[in-house]
Design a protein. Structure first.
Length: 310
C-alpha cells in the first residue's frame, strides 16, 4: 500500500484535483471559436489552433486547482456531500500534503496560459490583452471574491467559457470577431452558467457555512432551479434565432437536437424542491448528468457542424 504522503500519491492527488474529466469543456469552447473562423473562410494556422487549445486547458486546470485548494483550506471540502458533478474531487482531503503542490501547479498552469497569451498578443495586437486580463482576473477572483456576489457568480462561468474562450480563441486564430462566432457564443454562455448553477444546488448549506453567497443560496433550490431552466431554454432559442436569421450556417441545425433532452431537463428543474436536494437525490443526480450531457453534446455537434459547413 502506497504512503499517502509519498510524492507519487501527492502528484496523483494533484492530478485528480485538476478534475481531468471536466477539462473537455475548454477545448470544445475553443474549437467553437476556431470552427466559426473556419466557417467564415479565415485562414487558420494549425500552430495557433494547438496553442489556443493548450492555453484553454491550462487555464481551466488552474481554475479547478485553485478552487480545490481554496475549498480545502476553507474547510468546505470536509462539509460537502460530493456527487459525480459537484462538491469537488476530495483529493486534497484524502492527501492533505498535496495542497501546496496543487497551488504551485495552478500557478504553473497560469504561467503557461500567460505565455501563450503573450504570443497571441504579439501576433494579433492589443485586443488580446483584454481577453487575457479578464481571464486571469476570473481565474484568481472566482473562489475568493466572485462566489460572494450572486449574479456575478452566475454569469462568470458563462463569460469565462462562452466569451473569453470562444471569442478569444476566434480572435487569436483569425485576428477579428465575425458574425458567426457572435451568433453562437450565447449557447455556451447560457449553458455553462446553467451547469454551474445546477451543480451548486447540492452544496447550498456547506457553501453558506464558509461565507459563499451565490445565487442558489440567495434564491433557494426551487427558484434557482427555475433560473437554470430558463437559461437552458434561452440557449436553444438563441440558436434557433441564429439559424433562422442566417447568423450561422444552416448546417448547424443538428445542434438543436439536444434541445429535446433539454425539454425534459427543464420540466425536471421546475419540479425540483429542497427535499429532493437534501434527501437521497434520486431525482437531482439524473438532472445534473443530463445538464452535463446537453452542454457537451451541443458544443460538440456545433463544432463538427461548423467545420463541416466550411
Amino acid at each position: 500500500m502506497k504512503d499517502a504522503s509519498s510524492p507519487v500519491m501527492r502528484w496523483q492527488a494533484c492530478l485528480q484535483a485538476a478534475r481531468p474529466p471536466f477539462l473537455l469543456l475548454a477545448p470544445l469552447c475553443v474549437l467553437l471559436g476556431v470552427g466559426a473562423a473556419r466557417a467564415e473562410g479565415l485562414a487558420l494556422s494549425w500552430w495557433d489552433v494547438w496553442l489556443a487549445l493548450l492555453g484553454s486547458v491550462t487555464a481551466h486546470a488552474a481554475v479547478n486547482l485553485l478552487n480545490e485548494h481554496h475549498d480545502f483550506r476553507s474547510g468546505l471540502d470536509a462539509m460537502t456531500r460530493r456527487t459525480p458533478f459537484s462538491g469537488g474531487s476530495g483529493a486534497l482531503l484524502a492527501c492533505p500534503r498535496a495542497a501546496p503542490l496543487a497551488a504551485v501547479t495552478a500557478a504553473a498552469c497560469l504561467v503557461v496560459t500567460a505565455l501563450i497569451g503573450g504570443y497571441f498578443l504579439a501576433q494579433r495586437g492589443p485586443a488580446m490583452l483584454i481577453f487575457g486580463i479578464a481571464g486571469l482576473a476570473l481565474v484568481w477572483g472566482y473562489s475568493g471574491w466572485i462566489v460572494r456576489r450572486p449574479w456575478l457568480c452566475l454569469l462568470a462561468p458563462g463569460v469565462g467559457f462562452g466569451v473569453l474562450m470562444v471569442l478569444g480563441s476566434h480572435w487569436a486564430v483569425g485576428g477579428r470577431l465575425g458574425s458567426t462566432v457572435l451568433a453562437v457564443a450565447p449557447v455556451p454562455i447560457l449553458l455553462v452558467s446553467a451547469l454551474l448553477l445546477v451543480n451548486q444546488l447540492p452544496d447550498i448549506d456547506a457553501d453558506r457555512r464558509v461565507g459563499r453567497r451565490h445565487l442558489a443560496i440567495v434564491l433557494g433550490v426551487s427558484r434557482a432551479a427555475q433560473v437554470a431552466a430558463w437559461l437552458n431554454a434561452a440557449a436553444f432559442v438563441s440558436l434557433m434565432l441564429a439559424i433562422g436569421l442566417n447568423g450561422v450556417p444552416r448546417a448547424v441545425w443538428p445542434a438543436l437536437l439536444p434541445g429535446l433532452a433539454a425539454a425534459w431537463l427543464i420540466r425536471g428543474l421546475y419540479r425540483l424542491d429542497e427535499r429532493e436536494v437534501d434527501g437521497d437525490r434520486r431525482r437531482l443526480l439524473p438532472l445534473m448528468a443530463t445538464q452535463v450531457a446537453i452542454l457537451l453534446i451541443t458544443l460538440a455537434v456545433l463544432d463538427l457542424s461548423l467545420w463541416w459547413s466550411a
